[in-house]
Design a protein around this ligand. Structure first.
Ligand code: 5GP
Length: 190
């Protein structure tokens, strides 16, 4: 398989640790490049445009939909759109690197459908929905309402688990990271 065709997709219900695992993989494998999504939400904290996301307006997002510029896009949260631009994957492949996508569950399924042979999907799951609830509560960032919404969404997303290539139970971040590393090592060697 040509290196330029590969895609790594990391997905998970919110709060399951996919960002930490993505960062770990990027540290271990220098040939991976983070796929910078387009998003219509505001930048948070130290996030930078063109580094964490391409922060664009809703009109710009719609323009990209109409011009078929996305590999996939989703309204991940109410009124907030996120999408993987074809141009982003091309940019990374042109650098002779492999894009690593940190995207939501439906987006992951859509990318996999378009690149069934050359992509791998890793689905990171919390040990249980109860544990996920504990973690989100521990972050202290949720209201009772947003917590309930995230937990319900997670339970729904976990129901898609059979659609992914690899399932990683994140009961311990270090173990889960090592497991992901082993899987990606194998994928890169193909
Ligand atoms: P956040 O706003 O916290 O950065 O991201 C919210 C969710 O959107 C996360 O689950 C993240 O993985 C997902 N996401 C980020 N970029 C994309 C994308 O391009 N497509 C899809 N479908 N989801 C994305």
């Amino acid at each position: 398989m040509a290196i330029s065709n590969k895609i790594i997709i990391i997905t998970a219900p919110s709060g399951a640790g996919k960002t930490s695992i993505t960062r770990h993989l990027m540290r271990v494998f220098p040939q991976l490049a983070f796929s910078i999504s387009a998003a219509t939400r505001q930048a948070r904290g130290i996030e930078k445009n063109g580094v964490d996301y391409h922060f664009i307006t809703l009109d710009e997002f719609k323009y990209n939909i109409q011009h078929n510029n996305f590999v996939e896009w989703e309204m991940v949260y109410e009124g907030k759109y996120y999408g993987t631009l074809k141009s982003e994957l091309e940019r990374i492949w042109n650098e002779r690197k492999i894009p690593i996508l940190d995207i939501d569950v439906k987006g992951a399924i859509h990318v996999k459908q378009q690149y069934p042979e050359s992509s791998i999907t890793l689905f990171i799951v919390p040990p249980s929905v109860a544990e996920l609830k504990n973690r989100l509560e521990g972050r202290g960032t949720e209201t009772a309402e947003s917590l309930a919404a995230r937990v319900n969404k997670a339970a729904y997303e976990i129901s898609f688990k059979d659609q992914f290539d690899k399932l990683i139970v994140n009961d311990n971040l270090e173990h889960a990271s090592m497991e992901a590393e082993g899987i990606i090592q194998g994928f890169l060697a193909q």
